[in-house]
Design a protein. Structure first.
Lengths: 351, 261
């Protein structure tokens, strides 16, 4: 047998230099490039489309600041900030879903289950109820709500359990608890409050801009490198935990860090425009179908999440124009269909 | 690398699974743990691996206490193959074996020349090179077990611990896997195996360790310690021991009627 042609090949291009070595996965790389290209196209389209439609030249001009005053305002102050907000919200949620699904080895795990959405809605509702004006002012409070839900969860579950299952189950309880309190307050509260909270709990990017996107973007700057550094350890969670720790993974620490990153990025994501149904669930599933790998796709899920939120918001703006559908509603319609399709379609994957 | 187990006790809640066990496990030999279900042999194996914390006592690798070995470093000392391990869906054989290199890799050391060589050698040694691109699920039980062994080998650890590696295999695949285990010990590794099959245990073990109720009952060369008395003490059955043709290893044949007691 000739050893030289029996080299085990990783599915990617190997780059080595000194003690540095890296594998650039072919398929995941290609998928990322495609996702980025589609996102860019959608971005430009989001700047062009609307009640006043612009051509690419006008968009380009306004981006460089050389268009007329009204176009500059429309692109620079309304459409661009909103597109950035939508993308960053979706990206953060996609990342969150990927981390949770990988660590729990469960395709149906998403931050909603951990009570993050309901905790955030709870905080928003408290603020709406006790603020002088019924308008939701500080949306970022929802991030605090997500972290509150997470803290309660940690206190109650104490340890995360094998593959975090204990935490998931308790999370379902916590989110139910929050939901019931929310509904109680809604039913007792003023109709104006109820409307404001309802709009929030559906998820919409109307009037969202840089000031909302910025905290999420900044948070991603922390979460993404953190997630990337955990990535190769998380991959081993697709085995059982004995194998993961046998291979030298500090199982407990990796689980806690992963869940924390997931909750933080989910909180940041939904602080932008409210909870977007299915997004955190669908993005990682879609990527793993495209990449056909059992490894956790940090970058892929981030890009897919951003793409879906941006596309969803755009669809909400365009489908029934001039009436605008909240992105949350679009996510529910297409997310549900998409998920069914994925579950029904036969799957092909490889290591 | 020799392993010393010194008065080790391990409890799950109130249940004492391993009770003050002391052992010396030399390198280059196959040490087999046997005993009835729930006797604590798998727990002891996990204790030796360092994955299970010890309530009392100590485990030393040569002179080094495993309490002071953690994470990545521990995985470079010892590879543990659990009973019926679970693999990610759709994983290929080579991807599986590559995971064995995890303790030798880092954030910026993803696939060194050494990783490549060791994985190739591990696959060669376990005879799975031709299966490299096949999905694990498509393989037979024996082939799959050899893939897992290759993953453990890729860890390049001097100690290899196997928890019932042959439990689901027919006699052909069983001999195949155990011959490989024997070969690993001959190459200087310290190998500890938990086995249920007494005949295979007595045949392949250089040193047999018998446990019951968390305690050590006997240890030594199979030919010296496998007696009807030991079998009665372990399993509550009467038996006849006959020498195997060829190497004379003790073959346990259980009597038809169990002892009433």
């Amino acid at each position: 047998m000739n050893i030289s042609n029996l080299k085990p090949v990783p599915a990617g291009r190997v780059i080595r230099g000194g003690s540095f070595s890296w594998v650039l996965p072919y398929r995941a790389g290609l998928v990322s490039l495609v996702l980025i290209s589609i996102t860019l196209v959608l971005f430009i389209y989001a700047l062009m489309a609307g009640e006043t439609s612009l051509n690419p030249v006008q968009v380009f001009k306004s981006l460089t600041g050389s268009a007329d005053w009204a176009t500059n305002l429309l692109v620079g102050e309304v459409r661009l900030p909103r597109a950035v907000a939508a993308w960053s919200a979706g990206a953060a949620l996609g990342l969150s879903g990927a981390m949770l699904q990988a660590i729990t080895r469960n395709r149906l795990a998403s931050p909603d289950i951990l009570g993050v959405n309901d905790g955030a809605t709870f905080m928003v509702m408290i603020m709406v109820m006790f603020a002088a004006s019924p308008v939701v002012g500080e949306w970022r409070i929802s991030c605090g709500g997500a972290l509150l839900a997470f803290s309660i969860l940690m206190l109650l579950s104490r340890n995360v359990g094998s593959h975090g299952h204990r935490m998931l189950v308790i999370g379902i309880g916590v989110s139910q608890l929050f939901r019931s309190v929310n509904e109680l307050m809604l039913s007792r509260g003023h109709i104006q409050h109820a409307t404001a909270v309802y709009v929030w709990s559906i998820g919409s990017f109307v009037g969202r801009g840089f000031e909302h996107a910025l905290p999420a973007m900044f948070g991603l700057l922390i979460c993404v490198p953190w997630a990337l550094s955990l990535q190769r350890h998380i991959n081993l969670f697709s085995f059982d935990e004995t194998i993961a720790s046998g291979c030298g993974v500090s199982v407990k620490s990796v689980k806690l860090q992963t869940i924390f990153v997931a909750v933080l990025s989910a909180g940041l994501g939904l602080s932008v425009g409210g909870p977007l149904a299915f997004l955190a669930l669908a993005a990682p599933i879609a990527v793993s179908r495209l990449v056909r790998s059992s490894k956790v796709a940090v970058v892929g899920s981030l890009l897919t999440g951003g793409l879906l939120a941006l596309g969803g918001d755009l669809a909400g703006r365009m489908l029934l124009a001039p009436i605008e559908l909240p992105v949350g509603v679009v996510c529910r319609i297409f997310g549900g269909l998409f998920l069914l399709l994925l579950l029904v379609l036969p799957k092909r994957n490889a290591g | 690398m020799n392993i010393s187990v010194k008065k080790v006790s391990i409890s799950y809640g109130r249940h004492r699974a391993v009770d003050s066990v002391s052992l010396h496990i030399p390198a280059g030999e196959v040490t087999v743990l046997v005993g009835p279900n729930g006797c604590g042999k798998s727990t002891l194996l996990r204790g030796i691996s360092g994955l299970q914390s010890l309530e009392e006592g100590a485990v030393l690798y040569d002179e080094k206490n495993i309490r002071r070995i953690h994470g990545k470093e521990r995985a470079q000392y010892v590879a543990l193959l659990p009973q019926s391990p679970v693999a990610p869906e759709g994983i290929t054989v080579q991807a599986l074996v590559q995971y064995g290199r995890h303790p030798h890799q880092g954030l910026f050391q993803r696939w060194s020349k050494r990783d490549e060589e060791v994985v190739a050698a591990a696959m060669q040694q376990t005879g799975i090179t031709e299966l490299a691109a096949r999905p694990l699920e498509s393989l037979s039980g024996g082939q799959r077990q050899r893939c897992w062994l290759a993953m453990s080998l890729a860890q390049e650890s001097p100690i290899i611990l196997l928890d019932e590696p042959t439990s689901m295999l027919d006699i052909g695949h069983q001999s195949e896997v155990l011959a490989l285990v024997k070969q690993l010990a001959a190459s200087g590794k310290t190998v500890v195996v938990v086995l249920h099959d007494l005949i295979a245990a007595a045949r392949y073990a250089d040193r047999l360790v018998a446990m019951r109720d968390g305690q050590l009952v006997a240890q030594g060369k199979p030919a010296d310690i496998v007696t009807p008395e030991l079998i009665r003490e372990l399993y509550n059955i009467e038996s006849t021991i006959v020498p195997a043709p060829g190497d004379g290893a003790p073959v346990v044949i259980a009597a038809l009627e169990p002892v009433s007691c």
